[in-house]
Design a protein around this ligand. Structure first.
Ligand SMILES: Cc1cc2nc3c(=O)[nH]c(=O)nc-3n(C[C@H](O)[C@H](O)[C@H](O)COP(=O)(O)OP(=O)(O)OC[C@H]3O[C@@H](n4cnc5c(N)ncnc54)[C@H](O)[C@@H]3O)c2cc1C
Length: 381
């Protein structure tokens, strides 16, 4: 079995389960439902346990975990409140943007932030008045000594607490480029978004750029490379999201099975009724299918192959699966499951988020269909 810093994968996984079910995390989940952000103490503890630096290479102060082991870890983290997996996964992804595309100075400045476990970077792509990709409306106008940014982003995770925003903007003559902009730069205003339906505790913000001047060093990668930078991490982020969805679905099944074993109607536990057994069996089957799809994508990533197709399949399947499973779990719990103090109520709201993060359900379908149609066009490949 692979070992990461002397701990084998099952030890990491058990530590993750112990953490997400610990009293401080359960307490934090309640606070977040009440409108508080993910507590700093929980962020620090997640870092001390090594979760925020699981994928960061050992020579950067992390554990350099392979994707197959990381998704297993994230599946356990995914059993907890949504804000926790968003935080842990965000830290495990963004460093790579600096490692792969950053200049020496940018690496020196930002990579140590990840090692310290502070929220380093938010990725600002989505816009309120334009689509993504080449449709982005935020503009970067050259000034000679840098650029001036104008435009608006929204739904940006932890934008206010980030050290830096990675902002995708239309760059005259080049297409889309990525710019590093600190949230306290003059001309940047960060406004909290309305409370989310689920995954409470992540602070989404809208970000406006009004004649925001940035210097030449703000360019990440080369001019026109913005979309490539964004797209090159989708395999990892979509696979990771899918693994969190599997974890949340597993938690829903565990709650449903536990309830079914103890809830007695007409003289016997509902777990002995075939109608309930069929629900539990379907939940188990689809969770396992989701886990297998995540594993396909994670293996491809570890082998250095493109996993765009596999990651989109895993993401689309598990987003649907986790909403179906949590819905079925609520049904098994009966009316008590629909009350605000029932954990399945929070889980059901968290589950819906998977349909939007890292691209909608439909966006995944377009990626999958492209490969299917492409393979029909050239059947020998
Ligand atoms: C919890 C959470 C965290 C997020 N964090 C971030 C973040 O950190 N950074 C960031 O940049 N974004 C973030 N987002 C935004 C997220 O990535 C987007 O909401 C998502 O990609 C969908 O984009 P949109 O909201 O603009 O929807 P739209 O593009 O407006 O889509 C609306 C609907 O139209 C469909 N649609 C859109 N275009 C087409 C088309 N060409 N053909 C057919 N159908 C189409 C979509 O599938 C969808 O059903 C976050 C969202 C959530 C919920």
């Amino acid at each position: 079995m692979t070992s990461w810093s002397g701990r084998d994968a099952s030890t990491w996984n058990q530590a993750a389960l112990d953490f997400v079910h610990s009293a401080p995390v359960l307490d934090a989940a309640l606070q977040m439902e009440g409108g508080s952000p993910l507590p700093q103490s929980i962020q620090r503890r997640a870092h001390e346990l090594g979760f925020t630096t699981a994928r960061l290479p050992a020579d950067r102060g992390g554990y350099g975990m392979a994707m197959v082991d990381y998704v297993a870890l994230l599946e356990r983290i995914g059993q907890g409140p949504g804000a926790l997996r968003v935080f842990i996964h965000g830290q495990n992804t963004k460093w790579e943007m600096f490692e792969r595309f950053g200049s020496t100075a940018q690496k020196r400045r930002y990579l140590p932030t990840f090692e310290r476990g502070e929220w380093a970077a938010s990725f600002a792509l989505t816009e309120p008045f334009a689509g993504t990709g080449n449709d982005i409306a935020t503009r970067a106008t050259p000034t000679g000594s840098g650029w001036v940014l104008n435009g608006e982003k929204h739904l940006i995770t932890h934008a206010a607490s980030a050290q830096v925003l990675i902002v995708l903007a239309q760059h005259e003559d080049y297409g889309v480029s990525a710019f590093l902009v600190a949230p306290d730069t003059p001309g940047v205003s960060v406004t909290p978004m309305p409370e989310l339906m689920g995954t409470r505790g992540i602070e989404l913000a809208a970000v406006r750029f009004d004649d925001c001047a940035v210097e030449t060093e703000a360019l990440l990668g080369v001019a026109g490379q913005g979309l490539e930078i964004g797209l090159s991490f989708l395999d990892i982020t979509r696979t990771a999201l899918a693994s969190s969805a599997v974890g949340l679905a597993q938690r829903a099944l565990d709650l449903a099975a536990g309830h079914a074993a103890t809830r007695v109607t007409s003289g016997k536990p509902i777990a002995r009724r075939q109608a309930v057994q069929i629900k539990l069996a379907d939940m188990e089957m689809t969770i396992r299918a989701g886990r297998a799809l995540v594993s396909d994508a994670a293996n491809a990533i570890d082998e250095g192959l493109s996993a765009r197709h596999e990651a989109s399949i895993a993401k689309r399947y598990t987003a649907r699966m986790v909403t179906d499973v949590t819905d079925a779990a609520m049904q098994v719990l009966g009316g008590i499951g629909y009350t605000a103090q029932s954990p399945i109520e929070r889980i059901s709201r968290d589950a819906r988020s998977f349909w939007f993060e890292e691209g909608t359900d439909d966006a995944q379908a377009f990626v999958i269909a492209r490969t299917v149609i492409g393979s029909l066009a050239s059947p020998s490949t």
